[in-house]
Design a protein around this ligand. Structure first.
Ligand code: COA
Length: 354
């Protein structure tokens, strides 16, 4: 019996026009180009237009290109998977907003929102792969998109997080293929919630202080019915942004990345030397360099573009994959590995025969 696998039929990206250099950030916070380059490799990032661009509109621009490149019409899409940590609304998720933005009126289409932060694209690919293998869907639109610039703290207090993140979107069309040996060969997903708050944006939320009673969120001590989503203290004390214990994230990432890549290689019987292109989630150039060294990969086997875009979370892998493909660095028949690690913590990998 012929095996059905998932093929990345097309891949595209969109980044906003507005370039923000490290030097630009020094106008708002005590930081320097040298510090940011040395610790992260980042030279500049893009920020979306404050009012005219959203996580969904950027996703739509990337999706339109992917749909065109796949040679299909938007009406052929039968499922949408949207990965983001910076959605337009708390709810509903961006999946239905993207459906509307693209003008897809077919209500047979399902829209799934993925909340796995930096691992979102790998999680989304893994879910899509199962739907395609079982014959459920034939044209899945998978996107990762982020508008981080709306939620960053531009004071010096926020510099440890703010300098790292940027905006952008990547999208792909996934289709079934029966071509021998082609497509997604394996996917691997992991999670460990022990350190959930170490890379997180916890406010606003329904936590009410649970697990966090050493922090004063300004909850009134009363028996009034209902919980409180956001308090004045959270606003006044700048508690509505992301926080990160950078060194813990760094140390955990450099062990999980190589391990989950090795897991994908072991599952398929390949060696790291067989990888034509590794596209790591663009978290930090030093993390990618560490992973490259650990796996013994040459420079031409690893693609990095964090220098230009910063960390774009769920969008980083599809943006990098799209650029690598455009530059001819991923070709038909290549063995492509993607891997991610991030908030949760969650991590994952996939091996794809292009
Ligand atoms: N500019 C200048 N100085 C900064 C700064 C910035 N943007 N951010 C932090 N600093 C300062 C700190 O205040 C600290 O100063 P102090 O020694 O006077 O207290 C000093 O630099 C060192 O801070 P530290 O947080 O220990 O730096 P680090 O070497 O761990 O580098 C990261 C910070 C964030 C670059 C690093 O931990 C990292 O890359 N972690 C992984 C992050 C990541 O990948 N996140 C995404 C996961 S998907």
């Amino acid at each position: 019996m012929t095996m059905i696998r998932t093929r990345i039929k097309s891949i595209a990206h969109y980044v906003p026009e507005h370039v923000v250099t490290n030097h630009d950030l020094t106008k708002y916070m005590d930081t320097s180009d040298e510090w940011i380059r040395e610790r992260t490799g980042i030279e500049e990032r893009r920020y979306a237009h404050k009012h005219k661009e959203t996580t969904t509109t950027m996703a739509a621009r990337a999706a339109e290109k992917a749909i065109q490149q796949a040679g299909i019409s938007k009406e052929d899409i039968d499922f949408i998977i949207f990965a983001t940590l910076s959605p337009d609304y708390y709810f509903p998720g961006c999946g239905v907003l993207l459906q509307r933005e693209l003008g897809i009126t077919n209500t047979e289409v399902g829209a799934l929102d993925i909340r796995n932060q930096c691992s979102g694209f790998v999680y989304g690919l893994s879910v899509a792969d199962k739907f395609i293998q079982t014959g459920t869907y034939k044209n899945i639109l998978l996107v990762g998109s982020e508008k981080h610039s709306m939620g960053l703290d531009f004071r010096t207090e926020g510099r440890g997080v703010t300098v790292i993140f940027g905006d952008g979107a990547g999208a792909c069309i996934l289709q079934p293929t029966e071509e021998e040996g082609r497509g997604v060969l394996t996917t691997h997903l992991h999670s460990d919630g022990t350190n959930a708050e170490e890379l997180a944006m916890i406010n606003p939320g329904s936590h009410g202080g649970y697990h966090l009673d050493d922090v004063d969120f300004g909850y009134p001590d009363s028996n009034d019915p209902g919980g409180i989503f956001v308090t004045q203290k959270m606003v006044d004390d700048h508690m509505l942004g992301p926080n990160m214990t950078g060194q813990l994230v760094f140390k955990t990432a450099v062990t999980k990345f190589p391990a989950v890549i090795q897991e994908a290689l072991d599952a398929t019987g390949y060696q790291s030397s067989d990888i034509d292109m590794l596209i790591p989630h663009q978290a930090n150039l030093r993390i990618s360099a560490f992973v490259q060294k650990k796996l013994g990969l040459r420079d031409d086997q690893v693609y990095n573009n964090i220098q230009k875009y910063g960390n774009t979370t769920a969008a980083s892998i599809p943006i990098a994959m799209s650029e690598a493909h455009e530059e001819g660095k991923i070709k038909d028949g290549d063995l492509v590995c993607i891997a991610a690690f991030g908030s949760g913590f969650t991590w994952g990998s996939a091996l794809i025969r292009w």
